[in-house]
Ligand binder design. Structure first.
Ligand SMILES: [Mn+2]
Length: 230
């Protein structure tokens, strides 16, 4: 299922979005301390790519069980879903991009990982006082969020949109500053940058935690970023 999940405004606490974790869950703990995360009132959204390459990927089910954490599905979760475990080339590809933790796991565990990843939405929309904020792993593949949301309901085209939403680096490569006019901001990851980087109102918060750089979170009410590590 290719879905967009909508959240009401958080009137009790702060909403944050964290960048690509890739199994760096220890660094996430440090980040939560740094932002004084309040588990009773705050919400943590994720741009996806929770797993692969990093040390704690096998613990992802504990992360996804946290009642205050909500993630979109990144290209790495998608690859865990799509890898053909009877095909050596397919497995070799996943291995080459950090999937050995998954390939080594017992069949029952692989099934549990896949069930959890299949449940993740492709996109999240969060209401804030200053307007809606979109969250997707790589990019909004259409000029407006509204078009994207509507087109996702059409199953024939949704699969192409899913690919672009999880993989596209087109906006960042072209330096396209047009932004997404019907959102307050779009928060993405997928393309590691030295610092959080805004193109128009599209903000990439992947600061390459798994490559020894920083892990970044952005607070939704003021779009302030905080990084730990590096
Ligand atoms: Mn990615």
């Amino acid at each position: 299922m290719i879905t967009l999940k909508r959240f009401e405004e958080n009137t009790q606490g702060n909403d944050w979005v964290v960048g690509d974790l890739h199994g760096c869950f220890g660094l996430l703990k440090a980040l939560l301390r740094e932002i004084n995360f309040d588990e009773a009132a705050d919400r943590l959204f994720s741009v996806g790519d929770l797993v692969d390459r990093g040390p704690d990927s096998a613990g992802v089910l504990n992360l996804l069980a946290l009642p205050w954490l909500y993630s979109v599905r990144g290209n790495h979760e998608q690859i865990a879903l799509d890898t053909d475990l009877t095909d050596n080339d397919s497995k070799a590809y996943y291995q080459s991009i950090g999937g050995s933790w998954f390939l080594r796991a017992p069949k029952l565990a692989q099934d549990a990982y896949r069930k959890a990843f299949a449940d993740l939405p492709l996109a999240i929309e969060v209401a804030t006082l200053l307007g809606p904020i979109g969250i997707v792993h790589a990019d909004c593949p259409l000029p407006t969020w509204g078009q994207f949301a509507r087109t996702l309901e059409d199953e024939d085209t949704a699969i192409q949109l899913q690919m672009m939403a999880q993989w596209s680096r087109d906006r960042i490569m072209r330096g396209n500053e047009r932004g997404i006019p019907d959102l307050r901001a779009l928060i993405v990851g997928h393309t590691p940058r030295a610092m959080p980087e805004a193109l128009g109102n599209v903000i990439d918060i992947d600061t390459g935690a798994v490559y020894g750089n920083a892990l970044t979170a952005i607070r939704l009410w003021d779009l302030e970023t905080i990084s730990v590590g590096a």
